[in-house]
Design a protein around this ligand. Structure first.
Ligand code: FE2
Length: 297
């Protein structure tokens, strides 16, 4: 997939470029992305960035006091929450809250399950950290960030291209796979996400993850982190938190094994951990999306 513009629907392509030009992520989200992928970040850096945004600050504190992260002594300030929850985890939560604010997946139309897409993204991010720690091939913060954003294209389709999404879901409802439906319409979510990530100037490793997360074997660069995310998708697909249409692609029966350097035993251990922790974290992750709103369609 080298010349993306040549394979994607031209009308959609120019709309994505227009969105890329006219809108971007809020400054605080960019800063949180930078912090999460920078190993030298300190808790003071994180505190400074989160406290710039009072609304985000209040949400982070409230999430820190939720049932999963719940503390015996409630956290009332960001610095206290960082001490108790741990600052890597707080970075993840703060960035998740920023993304949930920008892309309102609770308003998705036409029966697409926005909550499932959100839980999938956070679960892959969480799992990517475990895989990164097991392989030591990539930085764990970058792996978490890549996990959060790997399906940027699906998030864009769901939040900005509802007419195209409706057509896509019609094909799926007729019995076609999600991938077949994307091919009929020329709107592969990997390409949609890549075009946006490129026009926003995201780091190259994120662009590669977004474009190749289902095909690490053809990635032109950053193959380690692309493979880490692919394996994370495969593992999440074995829990209750994987999206059905993401699973089928990740398995690629007969395809090369992803990250053969991670033993079956290690994969089983990570999977066991996921099965125990994801159900406990899911309610807090859903809380990030804000109060339930009426779904359209
Ligand atoms: Fe995907």
């Amino acid at each position: 997939m080298t010349n993306i513009e040549a394979i994607i629907d031209p009308h959609l392509c120019s709309r994505i470029k227009e969105i890329g030009r006219l809108s971007t992520l809020p400054q605080v989200t960019w800063e949180l992305m930078r912090l999460l992928s920078d190993e030298t970040t300190t808790s003071e850096d994180l505190q400074k960035v989160v406290e710039q945004d009072p609304a985000l600050s209040a949400k982070v504190i409230s999430l820190g006091n939720s049932a999963y992260y719940g503390l015996r002594t409630p956290a009332t300030t960001i610095s206290r929450a960082i001490v108790i929850i741990g600052f890597k985890e707080l970075e993840f939560l703060a960035l998740g809250l920023g993304l949930a604010d920008t892309f309102d997946l609770r308003k998705v139309p036409y029966g697409f399950d926005g909550e499932a897409l959100w839980l999938h993204s956070l679960s892959v991010s969480w799992t990517a950290r475990e895989v990164a720690a097991a392989t030591r091939l990539v930085d764990s913060g970058e792996a978490m960030l890549a996990g959060l954003l790997h399906n940027l294209g699906q998030i864009m389709l769901v939040t900005n291209f509802t007419v195209q999404l409706q057509k896509l879901m019609n094909y799926v409802n007729e019995g076609h796979s999600f991938a077949e439906a994307e091919a009929f319409l020329g709107l592969w979510h990997e390409a949609v996400g890549y075009l946006l990530a490129r026009s926003w100037g995201m780091p190259q490793y994120l662009q590669d993850v977004i474009l190749y997360h289902h095909r690490p074997e053809i990635a032109s660069g950053n193959r380690n982190i692309v493979s880490v995310i692919n394996l994370a998708i495969e593992l999440v697909g074995l829990t209750d938190f994987g999206l059905e249409h993401e699973k089928s692609r990740s398995e690629r029966p007969g395809g090369p094994e992803v990250l053969p350097q991670v033993s079956r035993d290690e994969k089983d251990k990570i999977l066991e951990k996921l099965k125990n922790t994801l159900p406990l974290m899911a309610p807090a992750w859903l809380q990030m999306m804000g109060p339930a709103r009426k779904k359209a369609g």
